[in-house]
Design a protein around this ligand. Structure first.
Ligand code: EPZ
Length: 432
């Protein structure tokens, strides 16, 4: 992962259609769950199709700090061996920036019957509770204490049981699969999340010897096994990266073949782009998006999978700022995921936000201006706006985009985008 500096900025000259082919990387949200899942495995896990992004580098670093042996086989393959790990505590300074560090709770608990993990951080979309994770651990027989910013969990023995999730949560579903994989007896998770990365984590654990059925449906059955051995596994393509390039192609009146995708995972995005008047052709493992730059107004509501993903809400809303007429975008997952809208307004967009609903009045064009990437997907939205806008846009706060999009500058340049990164000033080391 190239070193990213939050003082770096991107300079983008908009207005060129994106044309050509782009290869989608492994899924970020699978990788950041599968890497901690390796804690449950006493043996070597070779994990392929790992995206080269800073969130993955961060998660690998956390595992190394906890005592895992991590080897990079090549740029997209790592070997993780947690056989000798004995540490069950992940304090604030090592986990603070990563929401996905919450997976350490389930993984360490499942391996050692105890875990002590600092409250997770991550993108700020309003309150990000962990009550469903905790309820699940307690139902499995654990005692949970929250003190001094740490979540301490302990069980004499984890015992499989029925757990009904009050909200559909990706993180809680994955955490309970992790905690149950080596528990006594069978755990049944009801009202489980069905996202592709939930299935990916279950498939990874199954490849390592776990007994999990039903992932991808709302009832997941985990029959605990005493031990998990090693094995090899390849991560699925990133649904959100693919959807982001599909929307970029549409917004720039481009013609892009998005390769190495699972079209089934992209159905909700394909459906919305077709409704907006964009041409989308599906092949076995690729999708071609072509557009003349004219879009119809549409309404979008984000929902858990297979609904329209919240992680593509900022990107689709950005496209709709250029549609004819008024579109309504409703955020159905997070309390507050429209903070980036102020940045789009700087570029000439006409958007009004009221709570979880945004009313988007299409404008003829956006114009380049300095903007900030306020979080990861907001950063992707700024890229889309900048590529479609007239004139030059400067995007600041790039660390957010670097967290989740592999080689995005190179991929965009190869599609004809006029994009340059300017390194921000770094403090010189004092010597003497
Ligand atoms: C995952 O976050 C993703 N992160 C997010 O993607 C994504 O936006 C989100 O799922 C929804 O799809 C990772 O996979 C690392 P949740 P997660 O638990 O697991 C409520 C990105 O941009 N909830 O499914 O943290 C919660 O408040 C990131 O790649 C509870 O009420 O999300 C929210 O409204 C950002 N109690 C809803 O459920 C809980 O205990 C969904 O959250 C847990 C969640």
């Amino acid at each position: 992962m190239s070193e990213s500096n939050n003082k770096d900025k991107l300079i983008i000259l908009g207005g060129s259609p994106l044309i050509g082919e782009v290869e989608i990387s492994g899924a970020k949200n699978s990788a950041v769950a599968i890497i901690p899942a390796a804690i449950l495995v006493e043996g070597k896990c070779v994990i392929d199709n790992i995206p080269n992004i800073s969130d993955v580098a961060g998660m690998l670093k956390i595992l190394t700090t906890l005592g895992a042996d991590v080897k990079h086989i090549n740029s997209s393959t790592v070997e993780i061996d947690c056989s000798k790990m004995s540490q069950h505590s992940a304090p604030y300074d090592i986990v603070r920036k990563m929401r996905a560090s919450s997976y350490l709770m389930g993984a360490l608990l499942g391996r050692f019957n105890r875990s002590s993990v600092a409250m997770p951080g991550g993108c700020d979309f309003g309150v990000r509770p962990v009550d469903q994770h905790i309820k699940g651990f307690e139902t499995l027989g654990a005692t949970v204490n929250i003190e001094h910013g740490m979540i301490d969990i302990y069980a004499d023995e984890l015992v499989g049981t029925n757990i009904y999730m009050d909200v559909v949560s990706v993180g809680a579903t994955i955490n309970l699969i992790l905690a149950a994989a080596r528990a006594q007896g069978t755990t049944i998770i009801e009202n489980a999340a069905k996202e592709p990365h939930v299935v990916d984590v279950a498939n990874f654990l199954t490849a390592m010897g776990a007994n999990i059925v039903g992932a991808g449906t709302d009832v997941i059955k985990v029959k605990g096994v005493p031990q998990l051995g090693g094995g090899t596994y390849s991560i699925i393509p990133d649904q959100i990266e693919a959807g982001t390039y599909m929307i970029m192609a549409a917004a720039t009146a481009g013609d892009v073949l998005v390769k190495n995708v699972i079209p089934k995972h992209l159905e909700s995005i394909t459906a919305k782009l077709l409704e907006a008047g964009v041409t989308v052709e599906e092949f076995d493992d690729s999708i071609r998006v072509t557009s003349n730059g004219k879009f119809n107004k549409i309404n979008v509501k984000t929902l858990p999978y297979p609904g329209f993903p919240t992680d593509l809400q900022p990107q689709i809303l950005t496209l709709l700022t250029l549609a004819e007429g008024t579109s309504i975008v409703t955020e159905g997952v997070w309390d507050n995921r429209f903070r980036y809208v102020d940045e789009l307004i700087r570029m000439g967009a006409n958007v009004m936000v009221d709570g979880k609903v945004a009313v988007v009045e299409g404008v003829k064009r956006l114009s380049g201006s300095p903007v900030a990437a306020t979080d990861l997907r907001a950063g992707a939205a700024m890229l889309i706006a900048a590529l479609a806008a007239h004139g030059v846009t400067e995007i600041h706060d790039l660390t957010h985009i670097d967290r989740g999009y592999e080689n995005f500058e190179q991929k965009l340049k190869a599609l004809g985008a006029q994009i340059t990164r300017r390194n921000g000033s770094r403090k010189k080391k004092r010597t003497g």
